[in-house]
Design a protein around this ligand. Structure first.
Ligand code: PLP
Length: 402
């Protein structure tokens, strides 16, 4: 008998809400028009795209609906933002970013350094994953084209003070972009009052479909399409619109906004229950991330002297889906770049396990993890050559809260 599956990997992707699917379906069949067409087929679809754009605008608290550019997802939005910033102002050719960004930013930066010699200032973080603000300030200059710092980290949930960071970037005359893929739908956002120039989001991280996302581009910010082609999206994203995806993202945005307060309260309650329960039941483990400023849905616990991969395999046998490091980097035996940047001790970084909630999780989900995980950890530690009670090198890295 296989146990009821428990999905606690919502930072990797979320289930598409059935209400989202419902609104998408007509746009695969009857409403198949191209929004650029000058006939009724196109006009109908154009209205749906407009409504979806207004829903994303509302979720972000953007001033104008044309500040929203639909893209194929978080990765494209991140790439488009940085490349547009470099293209728009040749006098500024440097990037300031952080060591714990998503590969969508980090791989692009690496590529730019290799192929264009772009100077990239990679700002470090402390043991809670908090950005080194002094180093960030020092890196900003009249050479900075854009500063790009994620709103919230996908592995630890640590939230950055992006409004202050944007202010600092503006002070240096640079653009500010934030990868808010993990923040949108989990924290209140009201962009019209902020100096943030660009923001990336992705549909499949908020119960929308995969392969659709958006880039917010503040009015007045000069911007050039990453793709070369037609004049869709006011010339800012060439290519026929993914209409069903856009409609789905619009519905997902509306649902997220409608229930944001109760969803976040619920997720953080479940998250805290899991965290407290695990810390009580299991020794030599601690929570990573900033306890003072964290996403409500993310819990990353480092279990010393065991491999996260092994924990995941045994959890999977119990029908529980979690993650170690990020899905994009798993498969390698190195601890993730985030754990390394935070200088989590090696013996613990390997055992870092991420549980990420959505509005669909329940208390029973948490109770099941609490029932099986202590046994799994014990079993693995018995097999571990490094395990000897009380001999962690975590030192001062113990949990600061229970
Ligand atoms: C998932 C994710 C992305 C990538 O988004 P896609 O839509 O999958 O391309 C970018 N940044 C962060 C922080 C993410 O969590």
């Amino acid at each position: 008998m296989s146990p009821r599956p428990i999905y606690l990997d919502n930072n990797a992707t979320t289930r598409v809400d059935p209400r989202v699917v419902e609104t998408m379906l007509p746009y695969f069949t009857e409403q198949f028009g191209n929004p650029s067409s000058m006939h009724a087929f196109g006009a109908k679809v154009g209205g749906a795209v407009r409504e979806a754009r207004e829903r994303v605008q509302a979720l972000l608290g953007a001033q104008h609906d044309h500040e929203i550019v639909f893209t194929s997802g978080g990765t494209e939005s991140d790439n488009a933002a940085l490349l547009a910033a470099l293209d728009m102002n040749p006098a500024r050719d440097e990037i300031v970013t952080s060591a714990v960004e998503h590969p969508a930013i980090l791989s692009l930066c690496e590529h730019l350094t290799k192929t264009r010699g772009t100077q990239v200032h990679m700002i470090g973080v402390d043991r809670q994953g908090r950005l080194d603000i002094d180093a960030y300030k020092k890196a900003l200059s009249d050479k900075t084209a854009i500063a790009s710092i994620m709103w919230a980290n996908n592995e630890t949930g640590t939230i950055n003070p992006v409004i202050d960071l944007a202010e600092l970037a503006k002070g240096a005359g640079a653009l500010f972009h934030t990868d808010a893929v993990q923040a949108v739908g989990k924290v209140p956002i009201d962009l019209k009052w902020t100096p943030i120039d660009m923001l990336s989001l992705s549909g499949h991280k908020l119960h929308g479909p995969k392969g659709i996302g958006a880039l917010y581009v503040k009015r007045g910010v000069r911007f050039k399409s990453l793709m070369k082609g037609g004049h869709q999206e006011r010339g800012r994203r060439a290519g026929t619109e993914n209409v069903p995806g856009i409609v789905g993202l619009g519905t997902a945005a509306k649902l997220a906004l409608d229930t944001l307060a109760e969803d976040t309260a619920r997720m953080s309650r479940l998250r805290d229950r899991l965290e407290k329960g695990l810390l009580q039941r299991i020794g030599s483990c601690f929570v990573t991330g900033d306890p003072m400023s964290r996403l409500p849905n993310t819990c990353n616990i480092a279990f010393e002297f065991i491999e996260g991969e092994a924990i995941l395999l045994l959890l999977n046998r119990e029908g529980i889906a979690a993650s170690s490091g990020s899905a994009c980097t798993s498969g390698s035996l190195e601890p993730s770049h985030v754990m390394r940047a935070m200088r989590v001790p090696q013996t613990a970084a390997h055992g870092a396990t991420r549980f990420s909630f959505s509005r669909e999780n329940t208390e029973e989900d948490v109770d099941h993890v609490l029932a099986v995980l202590p046994g799994i950890v014990e079993k693995l530690r018995e097999l571990s050559p490094f395990w000897s009670k009380g001999k962690g090198d975590a030192g001062s890295f113990q949990p600061t809260y229970a």
